[in-house]
Design a protein around this ligand. Structure first.
Ligand SMILES: NC(=O)C1=CN([C@@H]2O[C@H](COP(=O)(O)OP(=O)(O)OC[C@H]3O[C@@H](n4cnc5c(N)ncnc54)[C@H](O)[C@@H]3O)[C@@H](O)[C@H]2O)C=CC1
Ligand SMILES: O=C(O)/C=C\C(=O)CC(=O)O
Length: 352
């Protein structure tokens, strides 16, 4: 029996189709009266629906959330929250919108109610990320952990199939790295395996029929579990690589995770054989790196960095950046092997 420390994190979860109807009750339970609603420009209509549901408790809508939380956007949103006298933020959308809420909370302690519409899992973590001067900085602070999360699978029906696949694999990455994290524990192991299995079932079903509400619920359940794992244990090489590629080369987050994960798992395979077995078993396959690669490829997700805007000439710099401020990893970071990993991900080679 190994030694571990487990600290549960206080998040209230309201789950189920139609659960958005409980929003006013949940805002009242938080004791809030002036909610600032956050969304991306594309999800303005969802934010307006939230405002209607909140009636007099809605203070306003800030609809300029974007990927990787640029510091300028964070400052603008903080000023709007302060100007309106907001006493809570409601983030409806994916990880970018939740991330903007976190940037406000980091500064002000404003409580967040998150309504996730992708499978990124940010709503279950005290991790924030802010991009400044071309570098993405991530940190952990309990103030940014949402107080309440409403998971309503009906809201993810509109998530395009392509983004559903990559977002789901982003969630799998949280659980996969949780299984070899140095500070892992048995509860997180259970959640990680169940989360990967739920996502492994849900993604092909969503690919077949995007309107399959049961599959959407399964994916959101998986996102909850995988996000919880990310929120409770440390990140490793895979997340470090994705933060580098996303923050410094402005690559799309979920697609980058999808492409890099099989290669990061292959890099760590010999150093973390038990974790690999658990990942493979959850996906009903023999090899973890190949199972993740095939899940992406067979469901139409990208498998090569060259196809999502990465330039081959930037791979050396990406490698250098990934070696700075390293996250703990089961296998030490060796420059030639890491450079090869990036090359394989660039070309979209199936791991052996
Ligand atoms: N701090 C943390 O723990 C985590 C943070 N993240 C962060 O989240 C960001 C990525 O978030 P994602 O959720 O992948 O994407 P996103 O939030 O950027 O959304 C991508 C696009 O999909 C649209 N969209 C979202 N839900 C939709 C729906 N149901 N129907 C139609 N369109 C929808 C959005 O409006 C946006 O245009 C990154 O910046 C990443 O760093 C991701 C995971 C964990
Ligand atoms: O890479 C992830 O999916 C997890 C964490 C982050 O993205 C950190 C952030 O909010 O930028």
């Amino acid at each position: 029996m190994h030694h571990f420390i487990y600290t549960s994190q206080p998040v209230r979860v309201v789950f189920g189709p139609g659960s958005l109807q409980h929003l006013a009750r949940e805002i009242e339970a938080l004791g809030a009266t002036k909610a600032l609603i956050l969304c991306t420009p594309e999800q303005r209509a969802s934010a307006e629906r939230v405002a209607d549901l909140l009636g007099g408790r809605a203070a306003g809508i800030f609809d300029r959330a974007v990927m990787h939380v640029p510091i300028e956007t964070a400052r603008e949103a903080r000023a709007v929250a302060q100007g309106l006298g907001a006493d809570c933020a409601v983030a409806i959308g994916g990880g970018s919108t939740t991330g903007l809420g976190k940037a406000i909370a980091l500064d002000s302690g404003l409580p967040i109610l998150a309504i996730p519409t992708t499978y990124a899992g940010s709503e279950m973590t005290p991790i924030y990320g802010i991009t400044e001067g071309g570098l993405k900085k991530t940190g952990k602070d309990p103030r940014v952990l949402p107080r309440t999360v409403i998971y309503d699978p009906e809201l993810s029906l509109s998530l395009p199939v392509a983004l559903s696949m990559t977002s789901g694999i982003n969630a799998i990455a949280h659980a996969a790295e949780g299984l070899y994290a140095a500070d892992s524990n048995p509860i997180m192991d259970l959640m990680a395996q169940e989360g990967i299995a739920a996502m492994g079932r849900a993604l092909p079903a969503i690919k077949s029929v995007a309107s399959n509400l049961e599959a959407r619920a399964d994916a959101l359940y998986g996102a909850w579990l995988c996000g919880t794992v990310l929120g409770n244990v440390g990140m490793s090489l895979h997340h470090k690589l994705c933060h580098t590629l996303g923050g410094s080369f402005n690559l799309p987050h979920a697609e980058t995770h999808t492409i890099v994960l099989p290669h990061a798992l292959a890099y760590n395979a010999e150093a973390a054989p038990l974790a690999m077995q658990k990942i493979a078993r959850a996906l009903l396959k023999d090899s973890a790196p190949q199972a993740v690669f095939d899940l992406a490829r067979d469901n139409g997700a990208p498998v090569a960095l060259k196809d999502i805007g990465m330039q081959e000439a930037d791979l050396d710099q990406a490698c250098d950046l990934a070696l700075q401020n390293q996250y703990p990893n089961p296998r030490p970071l060796e420059r030639p092997a890491l450079r090869q990993l990036l090359q394989n991900a660039f070309e979209g080679v199936r791991p052996t």
